[in-house]
Design a binder for this molecule. Sequence first.
Ligand code: ATR
Length: 283
Amino acid sequence: MIDARTKLLGVIGDPIEHSRSPQLHNYLIKHLNLNFCYLAFKAPPAQLARLVDGFRAMDVAGFNVTVPHKETIASLLDGLSQDADTLGAVNTVVVENEKFVGHNTDWIGFLHPLSKIDLQNQRAVVLGAGGAAKGIIYGLIQKGIDQLILVNRTTSKAEALAAHVQERFGFDAMTVVESESEALKFAIQDAQLLVNTTSVGMWPEVEQSPVESSMLHPELMVYDLVYNPLETQLLKEAKQVGARTIDGLGMFIGQGVAAFSKWTKAEVPASLVHSLRDYLIQL
Ligand code: ATR
């Protein structure tokens, strides 16, 4: 029940109307019986600073940050966690002693569905070289991945990201291969994990896949960050060859649960994460 002690949480972005974060967090609030409320706020870039000021005046408990503010918000905050600083991206702001501190739970969320999987001595192929790819690569390195192969439609962007990874994350075992090349075919053949961070396959172009189905094999785990649709063409084809699959809802839930725990200090039991997933699927 909302009362005079209810603490405000939220998400800011532009556009924001499509966000599923309010459903995710309010579900957790309700089922853990906590006195918080989570709302979405549209924040056009020109209004961002005023909005953050308003949050300070209102003494909010914390908030999520999404496109297009993940990088620009840093200058409006009082500090950054080490990972948010290294990644140059904030998706969660935690209020600690009236200070607004930027965190990044995207990479933690990405690892959530991989928690029982050992990635040491493994090779991963990452498709895409945008902001999402950077967080995923950071997560894979934290989890001890042995080798990374990066592929992007625009190869120069993949090369720039690989250089950044070497410089900022101190990781050397990364190679770039061209998309639609023989080298990509061999890279996937030798890999145990394939991650799609591009928007290929996202609604409405649901019949597209970022790689040819003939490149997939049963020893591969295929992880698609796209969650609209939940079963992308890539995941369908992966299942057909007997590969294991992880859909994009796993990462979305993981980043949300990690942010929620930072704000509320609440433990979210695995059973609640499962029922949350069922709830989000049927929305
Ligand atoms: P995000 O922050 O979600 O990663 P982004 O920075 O816009 O978003 O990156 C989108 C990624 O999807 C890029 O790697 C992009 O490739 P380019 O660097 O060549 O633009 C990739 N992408 C988007 N549409 C694509 C398409 N139709 N085919 C192949 N790659 C595509």
